[in-house]
Design a binder for this molecule. Sequence first.
Ligand SMILES: [Zn+2]
Length: 81
Amino acid sequence: MTTSYLCPACGTNRSRFNIIEQVIHAVKKDPQTGVILEYLSPDDPLQYKYQGPLRRVQCGICGMIEAEDLFIHHAERQKQN
Ligand SMILES: [Zn+2]
């Protein structure tokens, strides 16, 4: 987590962020009641595996929430220019 961020929306914030860790729970729910019947293994062959980002970032200035990669790439791109 030592990589620099730059907000792709406001383009100025490099220091104030909310880092959001995403925790995936694979579940089986009762269709009628909505009660969680079972927590599935993340490798359950019958369940589509989550492939989205594990970490999202919110800009502490403008509030935009995006995948961490976007903030990292924007900071790198800005460094090259
Ligand atoms: Zn921003």
